[in-house]
Design a protein around this ligand. Structure first.
Ligand code: ADP
Length: 446
């Protein structure tokens, strides 16, 4: 049923009824009056009364018709107003979405939505104004003007806009009349800040996963080299040992090779075990009280042996410095794990230094006790310094690595130091040497 036909039907019906009664009145009333009033004076008077009655009836009917129409119109206007109010309410409560309607001169006809409130903007600030009159920053104002002009030129457009730490997806289309002429433009702005941040996080996570995957592949290649080399050496020299008529000198040489390869293998295996213990939070510590000077002595002896075993060609002077050497200073830490840290620093210093010095140091700094290893070796590029404490990271990640090693040493060292409540820091300059320091906040007893 078409509701819009209803008022016309009523009007038509009323008009027809009115016509019918009017015709009846014109013809019927005259005859009735003539039959009732024979006296001419009375007749004339009654004719006048009849005219008046007719005019009154007509006026009442016209009044009723017009009144009915006005009331209907008012009702429609009321409903439209209420609808518009609801529309506005509905748009303004759309979370994260704004709707903008503007005429050909880029003057806002409608501007509403949940997103604009986040920036302290309201519909009143827009309506009747041009985009260039708004108090947005100049860059955004100019950008929107260009965007709206494209819409008014007849294009469907879409873009991303950043405004006050929010990211908006803009979508715009022209609005046309029945003759297909563009009469206005519509732009919808959707706040996609969270989605963009989520996308960024996902991209970062993906990059990190790929990066970790690359590192793991490099680590595995590296590891297989680190495991295979000593293992081959052990198998090879064990085979040679079983040969008859072997000179005593060769026998001793082969045994020494087997011993050093076994040591290297054990180091690699220990590294793997340590890193998995740290990562699964299963590394247990046992703190004991010990004299610092005893630890320093043992450290020096080990460093000297390591240096001798490392390479006869290296021209390195090993020195030991300690503010605490002469005191009977006692500290309480996991001695074995602390020693592991110091040995790792020392073996790196020996590995990456060809000539010059290596200094082992122990000193007090504020409320901390510090142990450091300084060398005059190859040093580390500033850009690489942040990475070397990450798992499997080495400055030299190519397959033709000169120095060997798993790339786990510093990660383990840092993990252990942090478990013990300490911190590791470093200072290095490429080509000039490095210093690695581990420090523990500690109460000492003398
Ligand atoms: P590894 O020594 O087994 O490769 P580490 O985690 O101990 O693994 O060290 C990571 C990297 O940090 C080394 O490969 C090296 O590039 C760099 N590095 C560590 N100590 C030193 C040092 N004293 N001098 C120069 N580079 C160092």
């Amino acid at each position: 049923m078409n509701m819009s036909l209803q008022p016309n039907n009523i009007a038509l019906r009323l008009t027809l009824i009115y016509l019918f009664f009017s015709v009846m009145w014109i013809f019927g009333s005259d005859q009735l009056v003539h039959s009732l009033f024979t006296d001419a004076a009375n007749l004339k008077q009654f004719q006048t009364l009849k005219g008046v009655f007719f005019v009154i009836i007509s006026s009442v009917i016209i009044f009723l018709l017009i009144n009915h129409q006005i009331q209907r119109k008012n009702k429609i206007i009321q409903l439209l107003n209420r609808g518009e109010k609801w529309n506005n309410k509905m748009i303004s409560s759309l979370p994260d979405i704004d709707v903008y309607l503007f005429d050909r001169k880029l003057r806002y006809i409608l501007a509403n939505g949940g997103a604009m409130h986040k920036h302290g903007l309201s519909s009143e600030m827009y309506i009747g104004r041009r985009v260039s009159d708004l108090t947005l920053n100049i860059e955004t104002g100019q950008y929107l003007e260009r965007f709206y002009k494209k819409i008014i030129a007849g294009y469907d457009v879409s873009d991303i806009l950043s405004y006050e730490n929010h990211t908006y997806q803009l979508k715009g289309s022209p609005i046309r009349n029945d003759e297909q002429q563009i009469i206005a433009g519509l732009c919808v702005a959707i706040d996609v800040t969270k989605e963009e941040a989520y996308k960024e996080e996902l991209t970062k996570a993906k990059e990190l996963a790929e990066h970790n995957d690359r590192l793991k592949s490099a680590f595995l290649a590296n590891m297989s080299h680190e495991v295979r080399t000593p293992l081959n050496s052990i198998v090879g020299f064990s085979g040679l040992l079983s040969k008859e008529n072997l000179s005593q000198e060769n026998k001793e040489r082969y045994v020494a090779y087997i011993a050093s390869s076994s040591k290297r293998l054990i180091t690699v295996i220990n590294d793997i075990l340590d890193i998995s213990k740290i990562e699964t939070h299963q590394m247990a510590l046992s703190a004991t009280k010990f004299y610092v000077k005893e630890l320093m002595k043992e450290w020096e002896e080990n460093a000297t042996t390591m240096l001798i075993e490392a390479d006869k060609e290296k021209a390195i002077v090993l020195a030991i410095e300690s503010d605490l050497m002469d005191h009977d200073e006692v500290i309480e830490l996991d001695r074995e794990r602390l020693f592991q840290i110091l040995i790792n620093f020392t073996s790196n210093a020996i590995k990456f230094t060809e000539k010059g010095f290596i200094t082992l140091k122990c000193f007090r700094r504020e409320n901390a006790i510090c142990f450091s290893v300084r060398d005059s070796g190859i040093g580390i590029d500033k850009g690489q310094q942040a990475f070397i404490f990450e798992r499997f990271r080495q400055v030299e990640e190519s397959s033709n690595r000169r120095f060997g090693g798993s790339g786990l040493g510093l990660t383990i060292t840092k993990g252990i130091a942090e478990l013990m409540g300490g911190t590791i820091s470093m200072d290095s300059n490429l080509g000039q040497g490095s210093e690695f320091i581990v420090s523990f906040p500690i109460h000492t007893e003398t």
